[in-house]
Write a protein that binds this ligand. Sequence first.
Ligand code: ADP
Length: 186
Amino acid sequence: MRIVFIGPPGAGKGTQAERLIETYHLAHLSTGDMLRAARDARTEVGQKADQYMSRGELVPDDIIVEIIRQRLDRPDCREGYLLDGFPRTIAQAESLDKMLNTKGTPLDVVLEIRVPEEELFRRLAGRGRADDQPEVIRQRLVAYRKQTEPLLEYYGKQGLLNSVDGLGSVDDIFARLRTVLDRQPK
Ligand code: ADP
């Protein structure tokens, strides 16, 4: 299965992604993880990306699209993957559609985890990541609302969007996600 996983910062996507990739044998394509690795390895792309990440802004589309293009060519993506944190803008989604249409491997499903904003703020304030400072958190939520939420309509129109409630225990939410995936045609 080829899956796009969407949710605001703090929705619990990372935790659920770990379970999903194990249960469904998917490659995990987390752009946040890729960018943090590039930053820590001090590559040119990583250092450029860090200027945006540290402010809670999205890195430019051309950088991230190129990273994904290369990643999707790797053999572990053949059996299916979970795109986690990508696409995050309409332009990224359109680039992805083009890439996948060229390969003849369209997306199967888009999963959204929904969590009310007050709860997100509460959860993020309790983490310890470098971009979890209050002002940076606020900026990441703003970026989500403005740039990423339009994807819900984009994928809704394609008939791919499935939203699950992100409140409850990790097990509850995982069960909701499984319900969606288990009814996809094999
Ligand atoms: P979160 O979803 O908790 O904000 P991520 O780990 O997904 O965190 O991303 C961290 C940061 O990496 C983002 O705030 C952004 O700067 C950058 N980033 C990750 N994915 C993308 C993307 N698809 N497009 C642009 N920037 C991205």
